[in-house]
Design a protein around this ligand. Structure first.
Ligand code: ADP
Ligand code: MG
Length: 390
C-alpha cells in the first residue's frame, strides 16, 4: 500500500480527527452489533498509546440532513467507552462553538465522539466550509472508515483539503487485502460472484475477468446468464435488460466462466415451499431458482482446486431462508478448507460467512459493502485517493 498511515506521522500531543465507520445497527436504543466499533479499536488505541487526543466522527443511518434523535451517537459512545475501558465524551453536534470549546480543552489520552455528521446536509454535499470547520478541530486527519471511502463527503474527502491525511489500521488492512485481489494476485486465481443482480456487478465481472483464471457464478445473477443461453427459468429473478450483456460476457469469458449445473427450485418464495433439484434448463414453469444444487457445489470444488487466491462476492442463493442457504454455506466451507488467500467482499457475503461460522478461516472479510465492490471494480475510491502517498 503506498498510502501513509498513522505510523508515518507524529501524533504525540496532537489533536487527531479520525473518520470511523460507526454506522452500526441499533436496537431499542443500544448497539445491536458492535463489529464496526471493534474494527476501529486498533487505530484508536494506537493513537491513545502515542499520547494523542482523539476526536472521532462518523455518520449513522440516513437522517437526511436533519437531527433525528434516534440516530444520535450516544449508544455508540457508551459501547465504545466499555470496549476502550475509558470515558468517551459524546458531543451533541460535530461543528460549532461548543464543539470547538470542548476540543480546545482536550488533553492527550482524551476521547471525544462527535455527533452524527449526516445531521448536516453539508456532509453529503461535501461543502467546503463545513469540511473546513471539521478540519479546524484538529491537526491531523486519519481515515479509518473504509466502508465510507467510496463516498466523497465532507468527513471523508473534504477535510483532507485542510489537514494532513493518513490511513488508519483498518483502512490499511482493507487496502492491502483487497489490493491482493486486484493487483498481482497469486495464481491460480478464482473469483466467485453471486447475489441478486448482475446489473449491480457488471463492472466487477468485467474487471475480475481480466485478472482471474476461473470465474464461478451463482445466486440470482446466474439466472440472467441462463436466460441469455436460451433457458426458460420460470418465475426466477431475471433482469431482462441485462440479458444481452450476460450473453456478451459469456462470449468474452469463454472457458473461464463456470455456471451452475444444477439448481434448487421452489414453488413459492418461501422457506416452507416445495423444492426440487433440477438442471438449469429444466425449471418448472411457475417455479423459481433459489439456490445452487449439490452437483454445482462439486463442480465449484473442482474449479477451486489448487487455487492460491480466491475472491468471493455475493451469496449463491437466498441464504436468508435456511432451506436455500445450503449452497452459500457449502461454498463458505470450501473456501475455509483451501490453502489460499481468501477475500470476502460485500455486506451480505460477509454476513453469510459469519453465519456459516467460518469467518475466522478467511484471510480477510471486508467491512465495506459498497466500498469493497467499487474496489473490486477497479475504481479509485475518493476517500482513499486523497490520503497522502508514502
Ligand atoms: P453482497 O451484499 O454480498 O454484495 P448482494 O447484495 O449482491 O450481495 O446479494 C445478496 C442478495 O442476493 C441476498 O439478499 C439474497 O437473498 C439474494 N439472492 C441470492 N440468490 C438469489 C436468487 N436465486 N434469487 C433471488 N435472490 C437471490
Ligand atoms: Mg447486499
Amino acid at each position: 500500500m503506498n498510502k501513509k498511515t498513522i505510523r508515518d506521522v507524529d501524533v504525540r500531543g496532537k489533536r487527531v480527527l479520525v473518520r470511523v465507520d460507526f454506522n452500526v445497527p441499533l436496537k431499542e436504543g443500544t448497539v445491536a452489533d458492535d463489529m464496526r466499533i471493534r474494527a476501529a479499536l486498533p487505530t484508536i488505541q494506537y493513537l491513545l498509546d502515542h499520547e494523542a487526543a482523539v476526536i472521532l466522527m462518523s455518520h449513522l443511518g440516513r437522517p437526511k440532513g436533519k437531527v433525528v434523535s434516534e440516530l444520535r451517537m450516544d449508544p455508540v459512545a457508551e459501547r465504545l467507552a466499555e470496549l476502550l475501558g475509558r470515558p468517551v465524551k459524546k458531543l451533541d453536534d460535530c461543528v460549532g462553538p461548543e464543539v470547538e470549546a470542548a476540543v480546545e480543552a482536550m488533553r492527550p489520552g482524551d476521547v471525544i465522539l462527535l455527533e452524527n455528521t449526516r445531521f448536516h446536509p453539508e456532509e453529503r454535499a461535501n461543502d467546503p466550509e463545513f469540511a473546513r470547520q471539521l478540519a479546524g478541530l484538529a491537526e491531523i486527519f486519519v481515515n479509518d472508515a473504509f466502508g465510507s471511502a467510496h463516498r466523497a463527503h465532507a468527513s471523508t474527502e473534504g477535510v483532507t483539503h485542510y489537514l494532513p491525511a493518513v490511513a488508519g489500521f483498518l483502512m490499511e488492512k482493507e487496502l492491502e487485502f483487497l489490493g491482493r485481489a486486484t493487483e498481482n494476485p497469486e495464481h491460480p486465481y478464482v473469483a466467485i460472484l453471486g447475489g441478486a443482480k448482475i446489473s449491480d456487478k457488471i463492472g466487477v465481472i468485467e474487471n475480475l475477468l481480466t485478472k482471474c483464471d476461473r470465474l464461478l457464478i451463482g445466486g440470482g445473477m446466474a439466472n440472467t446468464f441462463f436466460k441469455a443461453m436460451g433457458f426458460e427459468v420460470g418465475d426466477s429473478l431475471v433482469e431482462d435488460e441485462a440479458v444481452e450483456t450476460a450473453g456478451a460476457l459469456i462470449k468474452q469469458a469463454g472457458g473461464v466462466l463456470v455456471l451452475p449445473v444444477d439448481v434448487v427450485i421452489a414453488d413459492a418464495f418461501d422457506n416452507e415451499a416445495n423444492t426440487r433439484v433440477v438442471a438449469p434448463n429444466e425449471v418448472t414453469p411457475g417455479w423459481r431458482i433459489l439456490d445452487i444444487g449439490p452437483k454445482t457445489v462439486s463442480t465449484f470444488e473442482s474449479a477451486l482446486g489448487g487455487a492460491k487466491t480466491v475472491v468471493w462476492n455475493g451469496p449463491m442463493g437466498v441464504f436468508e431462508m435456511p432451506n436455500f442457504a445450503q449452497g452459500t454455506f457449502a461454498v463458505a466451507r470450501l473456501l475455509a478448507h483451501l490453502d489460499a488467500v481468501t477475500i470476502i467482499g460485500g455486506g451480505d457475503s460477509a454476513a453469510a460467512v459469519r453465519q456459516a461460522g467460518v469467518a475466522d478461516k478467511m484471510t480477510h472479510v471486508s467491512t465495506g459493502g459498497g466500498a469493497s465492490l467499487e474496489f473490486l471494480e477497479g475504481k479509485v475510491l475518493p476517500g482513499v485517493a486523497v490520503l497522502e502517498d508514502k
